[in-house]
Design a protein around this ligand. Structure first.
Ligand SMILES: [Cu+2]
Length: 147
């Protein structure tokens, strides 16, 4: 009996104060909804950023007369090489080692780029330009070590 009376008193007070019909549910929504929305948005933003950082970036390779600029060591696994010809002559990118022999399907014109995906296994690889005598007479080659 005491509880009922208290509740009635509370309801009566609120009706008097607001002039409309109050309910506990409505009051809770008004108080908590904005807080919940803010938290959910912040969490989503953090998750998106993490996913972008985790994705493996392509390995940049720059070809020139007569050099191949790229990392000397790389971790094993599926690797995407992004190769750019920064020189004045056509060049290509060929990788040989551990039973792998791959090159770009077409030579790169000056200023052009191409991508080559290779599943790298641990070991050493020879990387060179197969165009003309760039490798044999001009030393356009380098070595890659995969760990
Ligand atoms: Cu070349």
């Amino acid at each position: 009996m005491k509880r009922t009376l208290l509740s009635l008193f509370a309801v009566a007070t609120m009706v008097a104060a607001t002039g409309c019909e109050p309910s506990r549910e409505t009051r809770e929504n008004i108080v908590h909804t904005p807080e919940t929305t803010t938290t959910a948005t912040a969490t989503t933003a953090t998750t998106t950023t993490t996913t972008v950082e985790t994705a493996s970036a392509p390995i940049l390779v720059t070809l020139n007369e007569y050099s191949i600029e790229m990392p000397a060591t790389l971790p094993s696994g599926l690797t995407k090489f992004e190769i750019r010809n920064a020189g004045q002559l056509p060049h290509n990118f060929e990788i040989e080692g551990q039973g792998i022999e791959k090159e770009l399907e077409e030579d790169l014109a000056p200023g052009a780029s191409g991508t080559l995906e290779v599943d790298l296994q641990p070991g050493t690889y020879r990387i060179y330009c197969p165009v003309g005598t760039h490798d044999t007479e001009h030393g356009m080659s380098t070595q890659l070590t995969v760990n």
